[in-house]
Design a protein around this ligand. Structure first.
Ligand code: SAM
Length: 254
């Protein structure tokens, strides 16, 4: 029987099970941290980030939080994640006083006391995991101040046969065997493989951002083996936000 990607409680359980090996495994992924830092730079926060509020949506063990800090070391950063054990790994690290972590599903932020407006939202490897990505992108738009920026950093299904084959080969030839070797459990990494293969390609995800009422939508890939598979997507909450009237993809950067 064909399996669907994991969602909600099952997904949080899979991330909790994989939390202790997560940093080790992503550390073996060449370019993982560098590409997160590149996306954080592409967010384009001014200066050292002093006075800015940034939401790290799906912060996990804090790799994306660290990337945000490299681009905006003095920003206030709120990291939110649904998986307790992933957050425990994040909290165990050293952070400047402006960083805090909240245990919550991204869908339940108000109930967890996390309120906008944010100047920027960074969502690394989150959106393809959501049960209702369109509804949640609209909710993220409403958490931004008018003119605020969302940066989505994620793998997308390949735009051509070569990138799609590369994704299957990397997952089944390297990532899943490495997870077996490190006893991290393969459930999370089989989910990674499936959730990417079944998700949007980059133009489709950019169109999804437009459909959620963002403007100035543009995307660019990253260097390394991830080229053509992983992208940074930038999207802006319109200054005049007419309740999410769909925008347009304005530009595609190489
Ligand atoms: C692949 S990890 C990425 C972590 C981090 N952003 C990074 O770049 O390394 C995805 C994270 O999103 C979290 N996540 C998935 N769905 C979520 C949801 N609906 N609400 C909050 N967190 C969620 C998972 O628990 C997991 O920690």
């Amino acid at each position: 029987m064909r399996r669907a990607p994991l969602r909600d409680a099952d997904l949080a359980t899979a991330f909790d099970a994989g939390a202790s090996a997560y940093d080790l495994l992503v550390g073996r992924n060449p370019g993982y941290h560098e590409n997160l830092r590149l996306s954080a730079e592409r967010l384009g926060t001014p200066g050292d980030g002093a006075g800015l509020r940034i939401l790290d949506a799906g912060c996990g063990t804090g790799a994306s939080t660290a990337a945000l800090l490299s681009a905006a070391p003095r920003a206030e950063i709120v990291g939110v994640d649904a998986a307790d054990a992933m957050l425990a790994q994040a909290r165990a690290k050293q952070w400047p006083p402006g960083v805090r972590f909240v245990h919550s599903r991204i869908e339940d932020l108000a109930g967890a006391g996390v309120r906008g407006p944010f100047d920027a939202i960074f969502a690394a490897y989150l959106c393809r995991n959501l049960a209702d990505p369109d509804g949640q992108l609209r909710a993220l738009r409403e958490l931004l101040r008018p003119g605020g920026t969302l940066l989505v950093h994620d793998y997308t299904s390949g735009e051509d046969a070569v990138t799609r084959v590369k994704w299957h080969a990397v997952c089944w030839g390297i990532v899943i065997p490495l997870a077996v070797f490190h006893r991290g459990g393969t459930g999370l990494y089989r989910h990674l493989w499936r959730s990417v293969a079944e998700f949007d390609d980059a133009p489709a995800f950019a169109a999804r951002l437009c459909g959620a009422g963002f403007t100035g939508v543009r995307f660019a890939t990253v260097p390394g083996w991830q080229r053509g598979i992983e992208h940074s997507f930038l999207a802006t909450r319109p200054v005049e936000d007419h309740a999410g009237r769909p925008g347009q993809v304005e530009e595609r950067r190489a």
